[in-house]
Design a binder for this molecule. Sequence first.
Ligand code: SF4
Ligand code: SF4
Length: 356
Amino acid sequence: MSTVYFVDFNGRKDDSTMHKMERLCNASGLQQVIAPDDLTAVKLHFGELGNTRMLRPQFAKVMVRLIKEAGGQPFLTDCNTLFYRERFEGVRHLQTAAFNGFDQLGIGAPVIIADGLKGLDYRSVKAGPTLPEARIGAAIYEADALVVLTHFKGHDDVGFGGIIKNLGTGAIARSGKQIIHSHLKANIDKTLCNFCGQCLGACSQNAIYQDNTGYNILPDRCNQCGHCLVLCPQRAIPVQWERDDTEMQKKLVESCQAVLKNKTDKAFFVSFLVDITAYCDCRSWSPLPIINDIGILAGTDPLSIEQASYDLVSQEIVQNRAGKDLRDFTGVDGSFMLQYAEETGLGSREYQLVRV
Ligand code: SF4
Ligand code: SF4
């Protein structure tokens, strides 16, 4: 059984939520994870432009100070998105992060897009039976330590967005995200293609050829690696979204484990149960939260924190939303991810909640 540390979100005159977060992190072992001079990746989701429910920058600022006090060198980080909004490449991503309050001036640490300018900077790690390869953003892979700040909310692909989602796709480069999202083969929209030929050089399978109709992809040869899609300057190779929910949930879990492979005893997790909406912070808009703010959880076992977050949110929904379940808001049952994560060794689903 793991210990999950908890503070509620109810600030008081002599005990603000910021103080509570500091107390929480000190009690739950942050200092043991960070060694002097550790380059420490603080993985979070900066929020899409237009979203107002992402993790509050003040929490990142507190964490940066605590890491520095432990001797570490923190930087904030996330990977580029697969979809084309305001975070699919490094420049717009940094601008969006700054607009949402995450920049060096305000936070006190630099922001590094983990998979680089165009999402091509990643390290391949063997994952699991459903996802053979995880393409981890290089800055996250190479960091000495990892602190994962997660805003828990609903998610209409996998049921909920917690630690597993934050790392399982959030720490993964664009082409790796495509592999996680869909098993469909790539195709070319000839109405958008300008015959630049970049995809031809990107394909290790020789699946792309040119004839008098333009560029084409041989489905039998395509192994869905996603490289051509990421490189195409015309967005003529569309992102494939069609998916199997269970398969994607498995891939997320395996991917999350791959991200943590080289971070044994060097990863720390914080889960924020606040501004809990039915949808992800990837949306360029935010609906009202579905329940009241609950609190913050922390520790070193990602699965026990994820399970405790899920349980606390579910209890709040049952008590204050007339017996509704999280899946009634998202349309997807996310509990399978927790089961699969336990079966495959991410951590323990049994926990004791310790209020600090
Ligand atoms: S990279 Fe895109 S635009 Fe260039 S040839 Fe391939 S499909 Fe066409
Ligand atoms: S997805 Fe990969 S294998 Fe398929 S055509 Fe594109 S580069 Fe080639």
